[in-house]
Write a protein that binds this ligand. Structure first.
Ligand code: NAP
Length: 455
């Protein structure tokens, strides 16, 4: 049914449910007798499917922390120099690799890393290979990295009861960066890793002895329409969830609420909310599989970019990882939330201009036209945008806007990061602006690594 709805939407036909009748809007001449018949035959299924899409999951009702899950013993705050054992998730990913390296550099601790792998040998190779890819590996790290084979989506992270308890006894502090980042999966598909995985991390933190949890959230938790156009500071209570569009953002909202609930029960937690994370500000090293890189490459293949009133809020990964580790080492950070947005983002259309000045030939198209153009890459698997088509072409539940248009400047909040700034300014850590210098670094990296060809 979703395929049929997608096909209708690509022809410019909008179907919406009003009670138990179907409303159809289409440009003149588009509805052929065949399409009319198709709509008549499938009316009931289309209605059911639309109603299902429209019914929002009650995210608040998803915030379910086991009733008996309380930190049992009093917290001993370690001086960060004395922390002996750190536990971290997500080190085979982009941000996790940089946090791991920063922790290896800034502490003396052994670092226990949760890794999905078949054997310890494969897990070690996976971690080393990932750090190597981003130019971070140093052979002296090996002796301090201890891989724990496990899976966030499994009860007790996939460990046996004994192994889980041993780990809970051994570690002093937790950094939780692991998650499934996906722009097209539903909340239900992401819940096991992003929500239930976070629940198991809280369990690990409460078991045996209490461990502070440093949780990597996202600014996408503010996607509810209730915050549109408002200034949201780190102190703003995270209450609204209605209207959060993406399954990923929904899952991160619920996961963060679990962390906040655990904090209310006495668990020491700190929450970090980055915007989109971009490449290293000096080396340019970037996860080219992420959505921004896919859009850049995919659009260059198409020869066109969409016109959007959108602010490209990118924080380089070296800033985000340094900020997280530095903030986590301040005792006063416990119980705090930190926004890691860029104070000098770039408007999307200035970015398109920059790419043109760099030498690429790009047409700027009205978003609706560009979304139509995307149909030409449907069967073209070489275009990195093809797995993301539902994200770029799906309409909001009331049918007015395509999803990316809902991130237009007036529809998102303005982020304040005063709290972060107050702490980091005295530590000489600041976020570089998204400017010519930074973009040059990134495009030189893309070209050097054969991700893009020269203009
Ligand atoms: N990247 C961004 O622009 C951005 C922006 C804001 C917030 N964040 C947040 O920052 C954190 C890190 O993001 P990232 O960009 O580093 O993501 P990433 O590159 O996709 O890495 C995700 C990490 O999570 C691990 N993971 C996924 N499913 C797992 C499972 N079932 N069990 C164990 N580990 C699992 C992955 O392991 P495998 O290697 O086994 O897949 C990988 O190490 C996430 O919490 C994300 O929500 C990211």
């Amino acid at each position: 049914m979703n395929q049929l709805l997608d096909e209708l939407s690509q022809k410019g036909i909008r179907v919406s449910a009003k009670g138990d009748s179907l409303t159809i809007q289409a440009p003149k001449g588009v509805i052929t007798p065949e399409i009319k018949q198709l709509l008549q035959i499938n009316k009931k299924e289309i209605l059911n499917s639309l109603i299902e899409q429209n019914s929002e999951i009650n995210l608040q009702a998803e915030v379910l922390l086991e009733p008996q899950l309380y930190p049992q013993k009093q917290v001993v705050y370690h001086n960060h120099q004395q922390v002996e054992s750190i536990f971290i998730t997500g080190v085979t990913g982009f941000l996790g690799a940089f946090i791991l390296q920063e922790l290896l550099d800034k502490t003396q601790a052994n670092i226990y890393c949760l890794v999905r792998a078949k054997s310890h040998k494969k897990a070690n190779q996976k971690v080393k290979h990932n750090l190597d890819c981003y130019g971070l590996w140093d052979n002296t790290y090996s002796s301090r990295i201890i891989c724990i084979l496990g899976d966030l989506s499994q009860p007790k992270l996939g460990l046996t009861e004994n192994d889980f308890n041993d780990l809970a006894q051994k570690i002093d502090i937790i950094y939780h960066s692991g998650a499934l980042l996906n722009w097209v999966c539903s909340y239900a598909a992401l819940k096991p890793i992003n929500v239930l995985g976070t629940h198991e991390i809280i369990k690990l933190a409460c078991e045996q002895k209490v461990k502070p949890v440093h949780y990597i959230s996202t600014l996408a938790v503010w996607e509810s329409a209730a915050y549109a156009g408002k200034i949201v500071s780190e102190a703003e209570p995270l209450t609204h969830w209605q209207g959060i569009k993406l399954g990923y953002s929904q899952s991160k909202w619920v996961a963060e609420k679990l962390i906040l609930e655990a904090h209310e029960r006495g668990l020491p937690v700190t929450i970090y909310r980055p915007p989109l994370i971009s490449g290293h500000s000096q080396t340019g090293a970037w996860n080219t599989d992420d959505v921004v890189c896919r859009v850049i490459k995919g659009c260059l293949q198409m020869g066109s970019m969409p016109s959007l009133d959108y602010l490209l809020n990118l924080s380089p990964v070296d800033y985000v990882s340094r900020a997280i580790v530095c903030l986590s080492q301040q005792e006063e950070s416990i119980g705090q939330i930190f926004h890691l947005n860029n104070l000098q983002p770039l408007h999307w259309e200035s970015f398109v201009d920059w790419m043109r000045n760099f030498g690429y030939k790009i047409n700027l198209l009205a978003y609706e036209n560009w979304a139509q153009e995307l149909n030409t890459i449907k069967s073209c698997h070489q275009n990195p945008l093809s797995p993301l088509l539902p994200f770029f072409q799906k309409r909001s539940s009331n049918g007015d806007l395509l999803i990316p248009q809902q991130y237009n400047c007036q529809r998102v909040p303005k982020y304040s990061c005063q709290q972060t700034f107050n702490v980091l300014s005295s530590q000489q850590i600041s976020c570089p602006p998204v400017d010519n210098k930074l973009l040059n670094k990134y495009f030189i990296y893309f070209i050097k690594n054969n991700f893009l060809s020269t203009p």
